[in-house]
Design a protein around this ligand. Sequence first.
Ligand SMILES: NC(=O)c1ccc[n+]([C@@H]2O[C@H](COP(=O)([O-])OP(=O)(O)OC[C@H]3O[C@@H](n4cnc5c(N)ncnc54)[C@H](OP(=O)(O)O)[C@@H]3O)[C@@H](O)[C@H]2O)c1
Length: 250
Amino acid sequence: MDLQLNDRVAVVTGASAGIGRATALALSAEGAHVVLIARRGDALRNLASEIERRDGRLPLVVDADLVERDSPARIADAVQRAHGRLDIVVNAAGAAEQPGQSLTEEVWQRQFDLNFHAKRRLVEECLPMLAASGRGRVVNFVGLLEPTVVSAAQAAVAACALWSKALSRVAAADGVTMNCIAPGRVDSEQVRRALPDDEAKTEFIRRRIPTGRLGAPQEVADLVAFLASDRAAYVTGQTICIDGGMRWSM
Ligand SMILES: NC(=O)c1ccc[n+]([C@@H]2O[C@H](COP(=O)([O-])OP(=O)(O)OC[C@H]3O[C@@H](n4cnc5c(N)ncnc54)[C@H](OP(=O)(O)O)[C@@H]3O)[C@@H](O)[C@H]2O)c1
């Protein structure tokens, strides 16, 4: 399937690691000009060099802490100056802190700032450019929407999924689609931190994941590339799980 992303401009947050990094590689392989966003500038510049060697296009890099209030405007300005247009925003940056029944106000605030408000603010800032594109695409990463513990990150991504669905109904008039992806357990930095020893990982997979393995970032990136393409023009307002059939209740 030719996804025809040639010359589309795509902002990818969380591009220094895991799913965001794989997404930047996948979109660039399909012909898009990718803009790499995260705090670790060195990792972004290494990825930019890798993409330039492979695809012959040097991605724009913007080091940014997405919870800082001026980051969305700084990113949109950099994209406007470098490319003069924007077609795709992939909000892959995120992190989950430890769950628990008596989380502090600071934890709630941090988790909503990163996993909801940062994504919302970037999309709101970019929406005029996405509307001007006429085929704008937003993909927001969320997560499990079936709580088994009290998690501020889960509450924040649930807010993101609901906000995204609401905005998709308005943005559709300008040809912009807005979807969420909910990964199960994909092999990335945060999952390696959460399942550090092989025995615990094997047991988790045996009990929870019918397909018998963690997902690969590339598999998630392929879904992003489809949602970012014209082929997915009739898919909007959805939250799509990619989880190997993962189950929490036994
Ligand atoms: N992997 C999974 O199984 C899984 C499951 C459910 C949901 N998700 C969601 O899917 C998305 C990708 O997850 P992942 O596992 O690939 O993540 P990851 O490997 O842990 O990487 C997280 C990315 O987010 C960036 N980031 C974190 N805080 C940031 C901040 N304040 N400003 C800018 N960038 C920031 C990190 O970059 P820097 O550190 O360089 O800033 C990094 O690139 C996340 O939103 C995650 O919550 C993943």
